[in-house]
Design a protein around this ligand. Structure first.
Ligand code: NAG
Ligand code: NAG
Ligand code: NAG
Ligand code: NAG
Ligand code: NAG
Ligand code: NAG
Ligand code: NAG
Ligand code: NAG
Ligand code: NAG
Ligand code: NAG
Ligand code: NAG
Length: 506
């Protein structure tokens, strides 16, 4: 397997992917409350002969898998015993009117401070599949992460043949050193931090996954004859930026097959095989079936066009007096000191402005020759205000400011449809005619191709403040982020819920 999603990763770009295989076996009757206790604590862990203390949940790395059925209520008490501030994001959960349980620090909540707890309480509504959870503060998601498996409601069949078992795979990165120290060092110089030393599958560099019976759903295909098989994963990168290009492998072993059977390593595409990655992405479709319709907005109320820029910011203590930074529509996002959702809900002035522009301040040949002359940006905590239940089209355009590169963009609070993607500059006169408005993939993260663009559509029916950012931790830290303020609707259940009593304060 190559890392999917059309997302390309750069060094120390801290990423994770996962997918799961779920079993149909179920004895649960109706909506239930699933309770979890997450004790955030420091434990010594050793990989590749390098031992170090890491932040974990319940001493486990990766952390526990959350299992729920569509319609369930999930209640997770996160108790912070580590020396860092903490917050946890339930990645891909829609959190209807309930941004308080979304997790990104200083966007929807203040951090859970050392010695404190916060209960994330949410309903799983209108979605099923395998998602994940991770720390959403500093670079703590390097070790604080795990899977979320949402089974369909009782009586709703899977859209694929019934498997005999399940196996969750979570991909990650491993640094021999302390990740927070490494990031601090990079930030102090204004440069990318040291790249990771290895990639992991389920927290290990060489796990063996035992298979009990024959039929497992594995990445959309069935494993063939019982035996031992190598699985391999490594990043994709099609621009000359150094990356940790090491391959992580796992062995899939059927029960009863002796260890003496030697698996062979699958041939992977080249790390820079752009055509392979784009072709793979082009094949992704929604089910668009009776049970799982693709409700793609056909009429657009609001057109947004956002450019991705790399650039620099003034930093007197950094090498050459500047640090690398990044921007959307030439705005480098400045983190607030308090949660944006609180500021919105309580109408606190001076925390953010709602004037994020619908298009870049000046048009240029976005993907032409590299632009290196003036890489400075403007800075601000600027958000876009979106009317409740309006339909939004958002085109995300890569640029050659400093360098083209691909970026995995994640939107909180929503699934969206990826209606189109292409290389070069988006052409508003021609490209929309080529959109897939029938069965486009429904996602929470979209890969913007190197020197290209992606167009997404969604209906803004979830009120709140929703973070929108590049999912490479390095780029998020450099300011490649903003947020949408989706206004309340007129109905009683169309307004942001009141905050929970234990919501942390800053
Ligand atoms: C981790 O190992 C170090 C060195 O062996 C030891 O001093 C420390 O107490 C251990 N920490 C934990 C949380 O076990
Ligand atoms: C959360 O966990 C902490 C630490 O174990 C505990 O003190 C607290 O009572 C728990 N909160 C709830 C609401 O269960
Ligand atoms: C979850 O659903 C229940 C039942 O409809 C409702 O009472 C509760 O307020 C919901 N909680 C959240 C956080 O949406
Ligand atoms: C980063 O890498 C450099 C060069 O290998 C090394 O000297 C430095 O100690 C590393 N930084 C940290 C924080 O581990
Ligand atoms: C992997 O990265 C190293 C160091 O940047 C480089 O020397 C090597 O050629 C790369 N290997 C591949 C297969 O790209
Ligand atoms: C991809 O990498 C290979 C080996 O490093 C190199 O020979 C080739 O030119 C690269 N292809 C592109 C399209 O950059
Ligand atoms: C600092 O500036 C010099 C001269 O322009 C350049 O060669 C060097 O790469 C720069 N270093 C960094 C870290 O930006
Ligand atoms: C943009 O730049 C590319 C590469 O230099 C060039 O081929 C293209 O014609 C330019 N487009 C426009 C509209 O100037
Ligand atoms: C970005 O903003 C800075 C500061 O206002 C300006 O100097 C620069 O020209 C702008 N760049 C682009 C690409 O709009
Ligand atoms: C949003 O608008 C659609 C289309 O007009 C409508 O069918 C739907 O009921 C509206 N949803 C809400 C929550 O108001
Ligand atoms: C933890 O968060 C609080 C509230 O935002 C902040 O005042 C404090 O400085 C943070 N502590 C650290 C170590 O960053």
């Amino acid at each position: 397997m190559v890392s999917g999603g059309g997302s390309r990763f750069i060094s120390s770009g801290l990423y994770l992917f996962l997918f799961g295989f779920v079993s149909l076996v179920s004895l649960h009757a109706q909506a239930a409350t699933k309770k979890y206790q997450f004790d955030v604590q420091v434990n010594n862990v050793s990989r590749l002969c390098h031992a170090k203390p890491i932040v974990t949940v319940n001493g486990r790395f990766p952390g526990p898998t959350i299992y729920a059925r569509e319609g369930d209520r999930v209640v997770i008490n996160v108790s912070n015993h580590a020396q860092y501030n903490m917050s946890i994001h339930w990645h891909g959960l829609k959190q209807y009117a309930n941004g308080w349980a979304d997790g990104p620090a200083y966007i929807t909540q203040c951090p859970i401070q050392t010695g404190s707890s916060y209960v994330y309480d949410f309903n799983v509504t209108g979605q099923r599949g395998t998602l994940w959870w991770h720390a959403h503060i500093l670079w703590l998601r390097a070790t604080v992460y795990g899977a979320i498996v949402i089974l369909p409601q009782q009586g709703t069949p899977y859209p694929f043949p019934k498997p005999d078992g399940e196996q969750v795979l979570v991909f990650g990165e491993w640094w021999h050193g302390d990740v927070e120290d490494i990031v601090k060092q990079g930030n102090a110089m204004g440069l990318p931090p040291n790249m990771s030393d290895a990639h992991t599958i389920n927290g290990k560099t060489w796990p063996t996954l035992s298979m009990l019976r024959k039929t497992y759903v594995c990445h959309g295909s069935r494993a063939s004859a019982p035996g031992r098989y190598f699985m391999a994963v490594r990043p994709f990168q099609d621009v000359p930026i150094p990356v940790d290009n090491k391959t992580a492998t796992a062995i899939l072993q059927y029960k009863g097959i002796p260890n003496t059977v030697l698996p062979s390593l699958p041939q992977l595409p080249l790390p820079n095989d752009t055509a392979f990655a784009l072709t793979y992405n082009d094949k992704l479709r929604s089910l668009n079936s009776h049970n799982f319709p693709a409700n793609v907005p056909l009429k657009v109320d609001r057109n947004l066009f956002v450019t991705i820029g790399l650039g620099k910011s003034v930093c007197p203590t950094c090498v050459n007096g500047t640090r690398l930074s990044a921007s959307l529509n030439n705005i480098t996002f400045v983190m607030p000191q308090t949660g944006l959702l609180q500021a919105h809900y309580l109408k606190i002035k001076g925390v953010f402005t709602s004037d994020f522009p619908d298009k870049p301040p000046k048009a240029f040949n976005y993907t032409g020759a590299p632009l290196t002359a003036n890489l400075f940006t403007s800075h601000g905590t600027r958000l876009s205000k979106i009317a409740f239940n309006s339909t939004v089209e958002l085109v995300i355009q890569d640029t050659n400011l400093l360098s083209v590169e691909s970026h995995p963009f994640h939107l909180h609070g929503y699934n969206f449809f990826v209606v189109g993607t292409g290389t070069g500059n988006f052409d508003p006169a021609k490209d929309p005619a080529k959109y897939n408005l029938v069965d486009p993939p429904e996602r929470n993260t979209v890969g913007v191709p190197t020197g290209g663009w992606s167009a997404i559509r969604f209906r803004a029916d979830n009120p709140g403040v929703w973070f929108f950012h590049c999912h490479l931790e390095l780029h998020t830290g450099w300011g490649l982020k903003t947020a949408f303020v989706v206004e309340d609707g007129p109905g009683k259940d169309q307004a942001v819920r009141p905050p929970p009593k234990d919501l942390p304060s800053c």
